[in-house]
Design a protein around this ligand. Structure first.
Ligand code: BTN
Length: 258
């Protein structure tokens, strides 16, 4: 790893390196020594990870960071949704008037394309690494997904990656405070107002296979509610896809995605 800059963002101890394999790995190494409230960012990532074993491209100019967060395993689904909401709210503030949506559980979509992703991993016990990638200046070509990626720059928004990081940490701290004071209902309402494909026919690709039905929102744990006929099912993990209506930028040839 290259040399590390140390600074402060509000109450967070902030570390930044030029190049690392993955900021999630850096946080996992640091937390036992350095304690809580740590954020680690990198200018480039060489082995960035995404959800479900995918990779996350580490192009210079984009934002890659991970911070440590304490949470009971039982509240993880709520924290997952909350992180996506905080991220979406930052994007809404810097891009007023743009179409900003959250694809369950926490991908942020801008103008129908993926802008950012979040990977939550356990450090130990109740400590979690929340790793976030935001396409600030460039978006990768997604070969394995039936939608496209977008960057802030492509949408005419120029913002320094560190500014984005500061905005996000402030928003997250405020949303966590709201959640701790008023419970998940206060988060769920805001999240639902930004939900992509809400009340529409969707498919969920999970470890166990593909399920389809109407996206009826999220429950009090942040799990997805899928309505098939009279049956309501809770989905705890998986990738959501629109029912091939173009909402996620699907091409005709991609409709056979399995
Ligand atoms: C996804 O949408 O699949 C989640 C992508 C998460 C990428 C971020 S970039 C910073 C942190 N370090 C990683 O290796 N992954 C996360």
């Amino acid at each position: 790893m290259s040399s590390v800059y140390k600074g402060k963002i509000a109450l967070w101890s902030w570390y930044e390196a030029e190049t690392v394999a993955s900021t999630n790995d850096e946080i996992k190494k640091m937390v036992p020594d350095k304690g809580r409230n740590i954020v680690f960012s990198a200018v480039c990532q060489t082995k960035g990870r995404g959800r479900r074993g995918r990779s996350w491209k580490g192009m210079e100019g984009n934002l890659f960071f991970t911070y440590s967060q304490e949470a009971e395993p039982a509240e993880l689904g709520r924290i997952v949704c909350l992180t996506g909401l905080s991220l979406a709210k930052v994007v809404k503030k810097i891009a007023p008037g743009a179409r900003v949506q959250i694809k369950w559980p926490n991908d942020v979509f801008l103008e129908g394309k993926k802008l950012s992703g979040i990977l939550l991993e356990n450090i130990s016990g109740n400590l979690w690494a929340i790793g976030i990638g935001v396409n600030i200046v460039s978006a990768p070509v997604l070969t394995d997904m039936p939608y496209r990626a977008v960057s802030l720059r492509e949408c005419g928004i120029s913002l320094d990656r560190t500014e984005f990081l500061r905005y996000y940490l402030d928003e997250f701290a405020a949303d966590m405070e709201l959640y701790r004071q008023q419970g998940f209902a206060a988060i769920k309402g805001q999240w639902s107002a930004l939900a992509l494909n809400y009340q529409q026919e969707i498919s969920i690709k999970a470890e166990t296979g593909i399920k389809s039905g109407k996206f009826a929102g999220i429950d009090d744990n942040g799990y997805l509610l899928l309505k098939t006929g009279e049956k309501m099912e809770r989905v705890t993990a998986g990738d959501m896809f629109a029912a091939w209506n173009g909402e996620c930028g699907l091409e005709e040839k991609e409709k056979t995605y399995k």
